[in-house]
Ligand binder design. Structure first.
Ligand SMILES: C[C@H](c1ccccc1)n1cc(-c2ncnc(N)c2C#N)cn1
Length: 291
């Protein structure tokens, strides 16, 4: 695959290109690959159609979340998911180039990962006190805004408190980010719940177009969120990942990989089962068949 545009950044599983032209400046092309990462490693075996499924899921979420965005006087950055180069058809989004805000806007509806560790230490998550007795996988009394800084490629994002967000973007904008993040998460969680998926947490990125707040990046995908099958939700232990559990289980229980060396190729059955999870998530959420 060669997108004949200047490459601006390469993430673990995505690339971003400059798609500006004199007639249409300030445009980017966000391209999703079929690469999958696990345990902080990009695996050597691609998952066929992962890039297309997650791109089409973002496109669908932008449609679903537009009323929430508009209620805040905000918008999203998607221009087109069809007006893209042929060799990335279906897995690229033409978007508005924004002035990105330096905050990863994370909303958590359930206790998991770093949130569980923070709660075990402090009885709270950031400045939100939580009731006693919560365990890994517990649903929180209300979704919590847990911002972080944007780490350099390959580094982990760093948790920050609300005061740090205020310092970075100002008090009014910080409050707007928190409220919009929580509203978008709540709407997403409501839609996902109806499809049998627990949206445990998610990460949004926002930018500015002039003074307008704009939802950017990918949205509510299994790469930017924790998706759990609702049918197996059982607080008290790590919840199975909707999309990556086959990969994690094989890497942990079958492959003999030590998690430090280069990860091994995935067997065909794990690849096929993982592809099916992505397609099923898309079809369950959207009610559309994945072509
Ligand atoms: C984190 C993400 C990224 C994606 C793919 C590969 C590496 C990084 N990224 C998004 C922008 C960005 N910048 C300006 N305007 C925008 N509309 C966007 C978006 N989306 C910059 N980086």
């Amino acid at each position: 695959m060669s997108v004949e545009l200047p490459l601006l950044a390469r993430g673990k599983v995505r690339e971003i290109y400059d798609a500006s032209t004199p007639a249409a400046p300030d445009r980017l092309l966000l391209v999703a690959s079929d690469r999958i990462s696990a345990y902080d490693h990009v695996l050597p075996t691609p998952i066929p159609d992962k890039g297309r499924v997650l791109t089409q899921l973002s496109v669908w979420w932008f449609e679903q979340l537009t009323p929430v965005l508009e209620s805040f006087g905000a918008s999203h950055h998607l221009i087109s998911a069809t007006d893209v180069p042929d060799d990335v058809a279906g897995r690229a989004m033409l978007v508005r180039r924004l002035e990105m805000l330096p905050v990863e806007c994370v909303a958590r509806g359930y206790l998991s990962g770093s949130g569980t560790k923070e709660y075990a230490r402090t009885g709270s998550i950031r400045d939100v006190a939580l009731p006693a007795g919560l365990v890994e996988g517990s649903r929180l009394p209300a979704p919590v805004f847990t911002p972080s800084t944007k780490a350099e490629v390959g580094e982990h994002d760093e948790a920050i408190d609300f005061a740090a967000v205020v310092s970075a973007v100002g008090a009014g904008r910080a409050e707007e980010l928190r409220e919009l993040t929580l509203a978008l998460y709540s709407r997403g969680a409501e839609i996902a719940e109806a499809a049998g998926i627990v949206l445990a947490d998610t990460k949004f990125e926002f930018g500015l177009d002039g003074d307008e707040l704009v939802l950017a990046d990918e949205v509510l995908t299994p790469d930017s969120s924790r998706f759990w099958p609702a049918s197996s939700w059982s607080p008290g232990a790590a919840q199975p990942s909707y999309d990556k559990q086959y990969v994690r289980d094989w890497l942990t229980n079958e492959s003999g990989w030590d998690r430090t060396s280069t990860p091994p190729e995935l067997p065909d059955d794990v690849v096929a089962a993982t592809r099916e999870r992505y397609v099923t998530a898309y079809e369950q959420l959207t009610g559309r068949s994945f072509a």
